[in-house]
Design a protein around this ligand. Structure first.
Ligand SMILES: Cc1cc2nc3c(=O)[nH]c(=O)nc-3n(C[C@H](O)[C@H](O)[C@H](O)COP(=O)(O)O)c2cc1C
Length: 326
């Protein structure tokens, strides 16, 4: 198919694998790219060496376009160096001030996608030279900067960005969501929560079980619940025992919370994860999983089965094509 997004990024399907820290391994990124979409690798938490290894692994698994996601709240200058050295074609940027960063990436011919939660931040991103905008509605899982719903945000962003492709994110989990996003003027969708149930995603089994059982009403947007490690970054996650005890205590700030300092889980590298940390429940964690943040978008009610990433892409496109011609 030819649309603004597909032709600009050299892909055949208008589907982006949302970057998801620690649950977006090379196998998942490459599977989405091989299925015709654009896989984005969330490498911003990695050391330059680990990152280089992950990029090389993706290149072994696919010869199709893919991208790397970086986080401006953590600056990630060294990580950008690795992307440039490895000639990564697409960089997605979220959070914080990205001005010099975008300039540096663009001067090496990299295509840059910037996540925005309002039409004015989308406009700023276009002024910086963004090649596409990810318009992230507040239905989205994980860290969510804006407070506007996808339905209202996408057309508002489309109206201000001229011919820059808009990718709709937040609450989109099936072909009806893709058809709706295209009808709103987006030229692709950016899907996270649905891909947590991909066979290639290392989602911890307890987290996966909760996702498959959840309804659209089981998530909550929090300004400041999981703010240990990464403060001032609102987010959406499944309600769980941690959120319930924090709510029951009257939503106190860090320093006055119930269970603060509890070590809940341990990573394979030995790092201990405390209650209220902004962590991700990936498969290799040992310990208590349910009280950790289980990031999820409101589209989780539509996530009911485990499938390969290729099946997910195909099913979404086929369903959308029964609704809208593209
Ligand atoms: C488990 C999880 C981890 C995430 N990590 C990142 C990340 O590292 N970088 C990023 O730009 N967005 C991250 N996000 C947000 C997604 O990129 C995307 O905006 C969101 O998943 C879209 O909404 P949906 O979950 O309803 O599909 C994450 C989302 C989830 C669910």
């Amino acid at each position: 198919m030819a649309n603004a997004f597909c032709s600009r990024f050299g892909v055949t399907q208008p589907i982006v694998l949302a970057p998801m820290g620690r649950v977006g391994p090379p196998e998942l990124v490459a599977a989405v790219s091989n299925a015709g979409g654009l896989g984005l690798a969330p490498l911003w938490t990695d050391s330059p060496d680990k990152m280089r290894a992950e990029i090389l692994r993706i290149k072994e698994l696919t010869d199709k376009p893919f991208g790397v996601n970086l986080n401006m709240d953590f600056r990630n200058e060294e990580q950008l160096d690795v992307c440039l050295e490895q000639e990564v074609e697409v960089i997605s940027i979220f959070w914080g001030d990205s001005a010099n960063f975008v300039e540096r990436a663009k001067s090496h011919g990299v295509k840059v996608i910037i996540t925005a939660g309002t039409s004015s931040s989308a406009q700023d991103a276009v002024d910086l030279g963004a090649d596409a905008i990810c318009a992230q509605g507040w239905e989205a899982g994980g860290h969510v900067e804006g407070r506007v719903s996808t339905m209202a945000l996408v057309p508002s962003v489309v109206d201000v960005v001229g011919d820059v492709p808009v990718i709709a994110a937040g609450g989109i989990a099936d072909g009806r969501g893709l058809a709706a996003a295209l009808a709103l003027g987006a030229s692709a969708v950016w899907i996270g929560t649905r891909f947590l149930a991909a066979k290639e995603a290392p989602t911890h089994p307890i987290y996966l079980e909760r996702l498959l059982a959840a309804s659209e009403d089981d998530t909550e947007h929090y300004d400041d619940l999981y703010d240990l490690v990464w403060p001032n970054a609102p987010h959406r996650a499944l309600k769980n025992s941690t959120s319930e005890m924090w709510e029951a205590a009257g939503r106190p700030p860090l320093g006055q919370r119930p269970g603060e300092g509890d070590v809940l889980a341990t990573r394979p590298d030995g790092v201990k994860i405390q209650r209220y940390a902004s962590a991700v429940a990936f498969a290799e964690l040992e310990g208590e999983i349910e009280p950790l943040p289980m990031w999820s978008g409101q589209g989780v009610g539509l996530v009911t089965k485990v499938q390969s990433a290729e099946e997910i892409v195909r099913e979404i496109v086929e369903q959308a094509k029964t609704i809208i011609h593209f």
